[in-house]
Design a protein around this ligand. Structure first.
Ligand SMILES: [Zn+2]
Ligand SMILES: [Zn+2]
Length: 347
């Protein structure tokens, strides 16, 4: 079968022929009908993320059809339309017991990170990782739920949003469009901050109350303060993680208000983009800074329900054959996409 393979940092990804996986005991084999590209792939390509496992197949946002099951899995699952949850925890550490597999102490697999992922024609996974998709969701629309929407669901759960909160999303595309809609759905007043005019327009269409042009990051904090009556935000989801975007959030006149929560979702390579914050304003304003990674299986199930109910929709920029994945990644790198780029491995 064809798969997009990673051979280590600084090396180009390659579309290669690899053996088709076989579902083992307790596993299902999924024929991948659609797999979304994520900024994470760029982090692998440029060495920002180097987890030391190679070669592997990339891709952690895959939807498809179960075509075979291993021992112990009901044969009736063959033919089921599913989306794949990409973490496989050990099942017995305290994090797994709490349903937070993304924090597992002895992670068994993480598709597209430390094990073979979904940018391929087939993907095998434990049966419990294959979450049923309603018939009305197309595979192309469903694939970006896998990371784009689940990451938003998880981050909002950690941040604890209250109706009426001012919530900003700094950096709006895959996860960002999910955040804008989910925050709106939870009753927050949403501010979308991005340099892209097209993304601002889309965020507005999806329910953002205020949109702010971030072309000059030094103007963002004042614009947020003005929009919130001087108070600043109750929550900011930082999906960019550059020095200037993080700087805009914090400090005496930053975009984050009193008791505000700054949620780190995105990051950028290099020492120049380390987070820096003097504790005095943080102490005086009683602010909190937290990180958010991935999602739980429960978050994925919730994300599928949110999309199925229409509360959140995935935003798809383009649908391309798997063979054109590099063009898709180049588009993401150039910030030249409105939403997610989805690959069709079987086209
Ligand atoms: Zn565990
Ligand atoms: Zn992702």
């Amino acid at each position: 079968m064809k798969a997009v393979r990673y051979h280590g940092p600084e090396l180009p990804f390659a579309l290669e022929e690899v053996p088709k996986p076989v579902a083992g005991a307790g596993e299902v084999l999924v024929e991948v009908k659609a797999a979304a590209l994520c900024h994470t792939e760029l982090h692998f390509a440029d060495g920002t993320l180097n987890l030391g496992v190679k070669p592997i197949t990339m891709g952690h946002e895959a939807a498809g059809v179960i075509v075979a099951v291993g021992e112990g899995v009901p044969a009736e699952r063959v033919g089921e339309r599913v989306i794949v949850y990409y973490y496989v925890g050990c099942g017995d550490c305290r994090w797994c017991a709490a349903g937070e597999e993304a924090l597992c102490d002895k992670l068994q697999a993480e598709f597209g990170f430390i094990s073979d992922g979904g940018l391929a024609q087939f993907l095998k996974a434990p049966a419990r990782n294959a979450v049923p998709l309603p018939d009305k969701l197309s595979f192309e629309a469903a694939a970006p739920i896998g990371c784009g929407v689940t990451t938003a669901v998880h981050a909002v759960r950690l941040a604890g949003v209250t109706p009426g909160d001012w919530a900003a999303v700094y950096g709006v595309n895959g996860v960002g469009f999910g955040l804008v809609q989910l925050l709106k759905h939870r009753g927050a007043k949403v501010i979308a901050i991005t340099r892209s005019e097209a993304r601002r327009a889309k965020a507005k269409e999806l329910g953002a109350e205020v949109v702010i042009d971030a072309t000059d990051a030094t103007t963002v904090a004042a614009a947020v303060r003005a929009a919130t009556g001087g108070a600043g935000c109750d929550i900011i989801f930082e999906c960019v993680g550059r020095r200037e975007t993080m700087d805009a959030c914090v400090g005496w006149a930053g975009a984050l208000g009193k008791r505000g929560r700054l949620v780190m979702v995105g990051y950028t390579a290099g020492d120049a983009h380390e987070f820096r914050y003097h504790p005095i304003p943080m102490v005086v304003y009683e602010q909190r800074v937290l990180g958010s990674v991935g999602a739980s299986l429960g978050d994925l199930k919730e994300a599928v329900e949110l999309v199925a109910s229409g509360a959140v929709s995935t935003v798809v920029d383009s649908v391309i054959p798997l063979a054109d994945f590099q063009q898709g990644l180049d588009k993401i790198k150039a910030c030249d996409c409105l939403g997610k780029v989805v690959c069709l491995p079987c086209a």
